[in-house]
Design a binder for this molecule. Structure first.
Ligand code: MRU
Length: 369
């Protein structure tokens, strides 16, 4: 992804033995900071406090966290401790568990002296895989956008609604839900994106909008409650969201509020798509609501809001009464029956069902991997 003339990934190594660089997403769009992660504790903080975020990106950051941990302590206790501490940072996105398991499987059999390099190399490998997966999601998803464009009067933009940030900044590059958007836009299809602000942390308003603006994609930020109204008035042609964990039969856990958008889309016959990289499938689960752990984040994310004042200073202000409690479930589950468009994977588009996923991923489905 280009910002100005510079092509960025969201995380990158700086040579073996050195810290790892990330884009710190906390203050976007008003401040763009690159910071270095030097220790296991840095990686834990970056994931837990959402300096980096988005299911694929926290998976890659987790493996770089293992590398940083093994630089300091490369024995079995160092590896196990890093695995446990990183796994505890965020519970919902399965990519973190998947990437850490992959790291432990690869690294545990190695001699202690070889472990840090192996973790460093694996993190880079998973990062490259993520980029290619997302590029392919874009190839398949672009076809969907182009088909909708072809069904509309010539020159009319395809209106796409998205929730949260399943963009470049949630992955290593491209994004998942945004990859089809970037590729269709770059290919000359006229499109416009409705960007849900995505309270409480506003990943849509601050991060997706930042990305789309940088890429020159026409977009409009809306409050989370506006989507249903726009759908009723024929102003949404399709919805594409990301996912943090998808069950083997196609139920999708994603940022809180996704479910409500899917209900509104269903009621208005607007096709609902989920961009799904295969590492986000939890083949061991079939009941999203009962089985997926939903992260409960700090009430402060609800009670306070951060932004830029007109004089350029940044401030965090409280928006609820001192006497009021706030609750902050960070994800919800959209049942497969509401995912009417399908699951856009790197291997093609699957129906949101066991059979749909089985067709594209027979070996993974069989192994429960
Ligand atoms: O809490 P966040 O910002 O990490 O939540 C991110 C999302 O919900 C994304 O939609 C999801 O991780 C998919 S990212 C490609």
């Amino acid at each position: 992804m280009k910002l100005g003339n510079h092509a960025y990934r969201t995380i990158w190594p700086d040579g073996f033995g050195n810290p790892v660089k990330i884009i710190d997403q906390r203050f976007l769009p008003h401040r763009f900071d690159v910071v270095a992660l030097d220790t296991l504790a840095d990686a834990e903080t970056a994931i837990r406090d959402m300096w980096v975020r988005g299911a694929p990106l926290i998976g890659v950051t987790g493996v770089y966290g293992v590398y940083l941990a093994l630089r300091a302590q490369n024995d079995d206790a160092g590896l196990t401790g890093a695995h446990e501490r990183l796994l505890a940072t965020r519970p919902t996105a399965v990519n973190l568990r998947w990437a850490l398991q992959r790291a432990v499987q690869k690294i545990a059999p190695l001699a202690a002296a070889d472990r840090a390099l192996a973790a460093y190399q694996l993190a880079a490998e998973i990062a490259d895989e993520d980029v290619e997966i997302n590029r392919m999601i874009g190839v398949h998803g672009r076809d969907v956008i182009e088909a909708i464009a072809a069904s509309k009067p010539a020159g009319e933009a395809v209106n796409i609604l998205t929730h949260c940030n399943a963009g470049w900044l949630a992955t290593v590059d491209w994004g998942t839900a945004t990859s089809p958007i970037y590729q269709a836009h770059d290919g000359g299809t006229s499109l416009h994106v409705w960007v849900d602000e995505t309270r409480p942390r506003n990943q849509g308003a601050s991060i997706t909008a930042f990305e789309l603006a940088n890429h020159g994609v026409p977009h409009t930020v809306i409050v989370d409650n506006a989507g249903g109204h726009l759908m009723q008035h024929g102003q949404v042609d399709m919805v594409i969201t990301g996912t943090d964990r998808t069950t083997a039969n196609g139920h999708v856990c994603n940022k809180i509020g996704t479910y409500l958008k899917a209900l509104a889309a269903f009621d208005n016959a607007v096709p609902f798509y989920v961009a799904l990289p295969s590492p986000t499938i939890d083949w061991s689960l079939t009941d999203g609501v009962a089985q997926i752990p939903i992260e409960e984040r700090s009430a402060r994310e609800v009670s306070h809001i951060w932004g830029r004042l007109d004089d350029g200073r940044h401030a965090e202000v409280k928006i609820i009464p001192d006497e009021s409690a706030a609750a902050n479930p960070a994800f919800d589950v959209t049942p497969a029956r509401l995912i009417t468009g399908g699951l856009i994977t790197e291997r093609g588009i699957a129906a949101a069902s066991s059979a749909g996923l089985q067709k594209l991923f027979p070996a993974e489905q069989r192994n429960g991997a």
